[in-house]
Write a protein that binds this ligand. Structure first.
Ligand code: IVH
Length: 649
């Protein structure tokens, strides 16, 4: 029986690694080691449930569903921001501020305006006790249980403080791209946060940037330093700007740099840095007078809607796609845009033949905003309203919705040719089996010719069959067969991801591969064992268990294995050679890309950090190294080159 002290110290240890991974972005241990610690804690707590506390890392997986969210009255209202849309309006804001303060030049702090949802986090005696949405600014909803699942939100602070921290919940684009049926990452974040079942929220990997604290600091920046010390995640791109010119430069810089980010932002927030000055300026009924949001104009264009096609994805989701007269949108020719779903078409009442406004927010695919002009100006001669099909355009099956209030219609036919082709395209894609050179057209040809129906069929293709296909000469056939051969070593995680099992995105696939190491062990796992995988909640485990039991999937796996596709985790075979070792990379390596080197380290149980410290095991040195090399020498950290690194593997 372990003591309360053991549990507390284990918890502290895990909390520290969560911080390093999710907030500081510089993990010191591998994912496997983290999983091991968490599992250890879960086991200790299971044996002594009376020792479970609300701030335990095990409490992040999502508790019991609620029947509704309770209302929360904010201690202090959550204000919104006054918007400016041009350099001239920004200059007017600065002039108002200077006048209000009687100053010639003002020190501002500029930060990115994250496109998510505002929330407020309350800590009592250092314990996270309440998380609320903004609501109307005065009253929001209690979403504490859902926010607990967000790993970058500390459940306990290092000091027993009573504070309220505010910030923005958002979803990374990479996470959004895994999901279907949401218009944009913001909607996906909102939908995920407002789930009555916290286990669903837990599976969505939401994140948070903090931008405000109600405490007695001298400057906004000091407040940020305080909350950063307390373990909250701050956006790294904030900058103190003295005077209008510096602010304008920041605004300009991020107008073009926003594409670098893995999350959406829709502008820049400019705040007066001095808290005393903020108090002097005060608030209007709606906005602080000491802050403004510079909103970037979305990239927009007007063109003609030629047709609306329905695309059927591998999960059966029907997505209406607008076919447009090609038009330039910020340097790129756009001929297609999404109309999201049936409800959106109805709401926007866009019709074929209309002139429509299209826009792109960030990197996301362009969308149709609405009609600007119908053909005759008045609308009398417009084509009739678009009727969303009741049947799948590819196979004719009657379409269904998963639940009444869902926006997405789905084709339920697993043999639907459009779904099958979508599934095959997914299997060969870069992050999955990565069959190089096997693009959309080849997949379509192979499927049409009846040569490939399931992922396993790729591995039984004969050159004689392929040579009969159009535009396939000997050389392309050989290249394709070689690429297929190479993909046999893609590894368990990628193949699992490629099979397109519901709820099994890249992250879950990697977690499963880490935990079970081989397909045989995974197939033998109980529902409870699946649920014990980090990142797999009970809901996902149940769905996964059913999916893995399906005879069709089992048959595909059997044939993959028979064809020599490696269905075990490479990590296990190559051992944990680098287990517990932390690497820092600097400079460019002669043969390996940075990503490849990192993957090799992680696949052998090591971890990669961005900062050199005394704890760093090795610095992997390439050409034109940065300051990390000097630091390594100073701290006496061993430095190795690529050749030495390869030997270690
Ligand atoms: S400060 C009193 N900072 O923008 C100041 N807001 O239009 C209140 N937002 O409701 C907000 N990034 O949801 C602030 N760095 C940032 C922000 C930010 C995004 C959102 C927030 C707010 C809305 C105002």
């Amino acid at each position: 029986m372990s003591s309360q002290k053991d549990i507390v110290s284990l918890r502290r240890k895990i909390q520290r690694h969560e911080y390093l991974y999710y907030v500081a972005d510089s993990p010191e241990i591998s994912d496997q080691e983290y999983d091991k610690l968490l599992k250890e804690l879960q086991e200790l707590e299971a044996a002594q449930p009376e020792l479970i506390t609300p701030d335990s890392p095990t409490q992040r997986v999502g508790g019991q569903p609620l029947s509704k969210f309770a209302a929360v009255v904010h201690q202090q209202p959550l204000y919104s921001l006054d918007n400016v849309f041009s350099p001239a309006e920004l200059a007017e804001f600065d002039a108002r501020v200077r006048k209000g303060l009687g100053a010639d030049e003002v020190e501002y702090i500029c930060e990115l305006k994250i496109d998510g949802l505002a929330i407020s986090l309350t800590y009592e005696q250092g314990l996270f006790t309440l998380g609320a949405t903004r609501g109307d600014g005065k009253k929001g909803e209690n979403v504490t249980e859902n926010l607990r699942t967000v790993r970058s939100i500390p459940l306990r602070l290092p000091e027993p403080l009573d504070i309220v921290v505010r910030g923005e919940i958002y979803m990374k684009r990479s996470e959004f791209n895994r999901l279907e049926g949401f218009a944009n990452p913001r909607n996906a974040a909102a939908g995920s946060l407002r789930q009555l079942d916290p286990r669903i929220t837990a599976a969505r990997n939401l994140d948070m940037f903090c931008y405000g604290v109600l405490a007695g600091q001298r400057t906004q920046e000091e407040g940020y330093q305080l909350i950063s010390r307390l373990g909250f995640k701050l956006n790294p791109h904030r900058r103190i700007c003295r005077g209008l010119a510096a602010v304008q430069a920041y605004v300009q810089e991020w107008a073009s740099r926003r594409k670098e980010l893995d999350y959406d932002m829709d502008g820049v927030v400019i705040k007066v840095n001095s808290i005393q000055d903020q108090q002097t300026l005060g608030f209007t009924t709606k906005f602080p007078r000491w802050a403004a949001a510079y909103k970037y104009a979305p990239e927009q264009a007007v063109t003609r809607l030629e047709a609306i096609d329905i695309q059927v994805g591998r999960t059966g989701a029907l997505t209406p796609v607008a076919r447009l007269t090609p038009v330039e949108l910020n340097g790129v020719i756009v001929a297609n845009a999404t109309l999201h779903n049936a409800d959106e078409i109805k709401r926007k009442d866009v019709r074929v033949g209309d002139e429509v406004l299209i826009q792109r927010a960030g990197e996301v695919i362009p969308e149709v905003v609405g009609t600007v002009r119908s053909p005759d100006g008045a609308g009398a001669n417009r084509s009739s309203q678009f009727v969303f099909p009741r049947n799948c355009p590819a196979c004719g099956a009657a379409v269904l919705k998963d639940t009444e209030d869902e926006a997405v219609w789905r084709c339920p036919n697993a043999d639907c040719p459009a779904r099958v082709r979508g599934a095959l395209r997914h299997f060969v894609s870069k992050n999955a089996a990565d069959i190089e050179g096997c693009g959309e057209q080849i997949v379509e040809q192979l499927h049409r010719a009846g040569l490939v129906k399931t992922p396993a069929d790729f591995y039984y293709l004969q050159s004689a069959d392929l040579l009969e296909l159009e535009r396939m000469g000997e050389k392309s056939v050989n290249n394709l067969l070689e690429a297929i051969e190479r993909s046999k070593n893609a590894g368990l995680a990628r193949i699992l991801f490629g099979l397109g099992i519901r709820h099994t995105g890249q992250f879950v696939a990697a977690q499963l591969a880490n935990k079970f190491h081989s397909i045989d062990k995974l197939l033998a796992a109980s529902e409870a064992e699946l649920a014990g995988t980090d990142g797999v909640g009970e809901v996902v485990a149940r769905a996964l268990y059913t999916a893995l039991a399906a005879p069709e999937l089992r048959e595909i796996l059997r044939r993959l294995q028979k064809a020599g596709v490696v269905l075990s985790d490479n990590r296990e075979q190559v051992s944990d050679a680098l287990s517990g070792q932390t690497f820092v990379l600097t400079g460019s390596l002669p043969t390996l890309s940075r990503g490849e080197a990192e993957a090799l380290i992680k696949s052998r149980g090591g971890s990669v950090s961005s900062n050199v410290s005394k704890k760093t095991s090795f610095v992997l040195l390439g050409e034109n190294p940065g300051s990390k090399y000097a630091r390594a020498q100073k701290l006496g950290v061993p430095v190795i080159d690529e050749a030495a690194f390869k030997k270690m593997l």
